[in-house]
Every structure is written in C-alpha cells, then in structure tokens.
Write a protein that binds this ligand. Sequence first.
Ligand code: PSU
Ligand code: MN
Length: 330
Amino acid sequence: MASWALSRITNLQKHLNPANPTPKGERIVKISQEVSEALSLGKPVVALESTIISHGMPYPQNFETAKEVEEIVRQNGAIPATIAILDGVPCIGLSLEELERLAILGRKVRKTARRDIAHVVATGGNGATTVSATMFFASMVGIPIFVTGGTGGVHRHGESTMDISSDLVELGRTPVAVVSAGVKSILDIPRTLEYLETQGVCVAAYQTSQFPAFFTEKSGYKAPCRVDSPEECARLIEASNNLTLRTGILIAVPIPSKHFASGNIIESAIQKALKEAREQNITGSDETPFLLARVNELTGGTSLSANIALVKNNARVGAQIAVSLSQLRQ
Ligand code: PSU
Ligand code: MN
C-alpha cells in the first residue's frame, strides 16, 4: 500500500498548496524502506510515538526502551514505525542512529502535538510526536495501529483551565486504534472518559472490565466496552473502518500484574508532584513532562521501571492486534 500512501501524500500536497506544489519527487513525509514495503504488501505495521523517548524517560533508559519496544513488535510478527520530525521532515520509521539522536537530545527536542506540527516542519526543527501528532501521521500513511504508554486526558481542574489534551480530540477525528495503559491519575479520569464519549471514541479495556489507570490496573471506573483477544480487537477496528466511522479507538491494556504493587507507592508521589506543579505554576504542555519526571525522582526509579514494563506489554498486545488485523484483511 506504499504507492497508495504516497499518492495520498501527493494529493495532500496539492490540497495543502495548490498554487505552489512541492517539487516532484520531494515528499512531505519520509517513510523508511522497511515500513513502506510492509505497507505495500499489507504486512502488519505498528506506529510508535517519540515524546515518550524525548520527554517521558531519561537517557539512556529511553534509548534502551525504544530499541526493546521495536524488538518486541518484531518478535510478535509486526514491523515497528517510530514517528518523529527530524530536521523539519516527518519520518515514519527511524533508523537506530535516528532513535539514538532523539534519545540523547531529550527535552531539547520540541514536544510536538498536532498544533505544533506545521511550525516544527516550517522551521526545520526536531519534533517528538505526542499521541495526537503520531496518530495524525500514522493515519496519513495508512498505519491502523499505534502503541504508546499512556495517553493524555482532561487535566485535574480541566473544567476551569480547559487543559484537555489534544490526544482526546485526535481520537475523535482520526481512525487509528491506540493501545495504551489508560491514563495516569495525574489526570481527571472520569472527565477523560466523559470527554472521549463526547468525541465518539470507542474505549475498550483489554481482558478486564475496568478502565486501567496506567500504574494501577484499576481506575475505579468501568470501561464502556471490553475486549479479550487480539482477534476481537481486530474485528472491532475492522467494524469501525467498514462503517467509515472515522473515529479512533482506545484499547486500554492494564499494567502487568507483577508491577501492580508499585502502583500505590507511585500514587502518593503523584499527589506530591501535583501539589508542586500547582505551587510552581507549571501548566499547559509543560505539565505532563514535569509530573512524569518528578514522580520518577520521588519514587527512586520505581515509576520508571513500571512505565517501561507496561510499554513493552502494550507493544506485545499491539503487534498481536496488527497481525490479527492483517490476517482479517487478507
Ligand atoms: N502520558 C504518559 N506518558 C507520556 C505522555 C502522556 O503517561 O509520555 C505524553 C504523550 O506523548 C501524550 C502527551 O500524547 O504526553 C500528552 O501531553 P499533554 O498532556 O500536554 O497533551
Ligand atoms: Mn494540555
């Protein structure tokens, strides 16, 4: 489907700037050869975000985790496509060198949500894509499944600050299935679920009835639907696709049971970090990276190892879903 993806991109170029099309042969996104071949053959591909590498974890754990996550995707039969903007070019599928560059640059790379994409590209900058931006690019090139750790949500006090992650709006308008461990309790979980309903997003918990809360298996809130196998997830994605619903799907996979225990310790660190963020007036897109880093410091790395474990688990589940989906489509 690479030719399809590329022709869509060419059409997109015309659409974006009909008076001054990009010179022939110059693409507005770069798809790695491996990913392009896999898409053209209908092989399973899993998109991966890059903010988790630059802003979600410190170096060198971020690089190690990024490599391991890609490896898990491969072991489970799919091709990984990490997405980032490098020197102004959106890249779908990164080389090891590119992954490492991103990991070393860390927070020097711009955290890039949908609203930031055009500016990062126009200025030739480096951007680590969040869930919203990664979904946008995955959908553009025809990747139906995307694995991450946690998605953004409605922030606490969001009803007055209006700090609602663009991830939720993207889920409402971009047909990509996002595999995550739910949302952290740094966020307002019930309002996040309400907002997803408003956006028409199908939220399905994996092998559980409760919506998971990232570090803990249970948030205390029931998930609107439940799915129990990769095949069931694939059928859900296919139904949504066949109906041209054009909305995303959130598949919420609880953290593996071995790491449940750390959840309660982490919860008290989250409360402390939230208080500090308020005191230091840290808001907007700086809030999530601040809270993640502070919780990691306060728990002496416990939260980081739980984070790594759940991302790897999501990669396994996401790759299995991608394999099921490509079998269903054959
Ligand atoms: N939640 C996490 N880890 C993360 C993020 C969220 O547990 O790394 C990142 C993701 O890239 C997500 C973004 O898309 O933060 C949401 O940021 P904001 O709250 O500013 O929308
Ligand atoms: Mn925000």
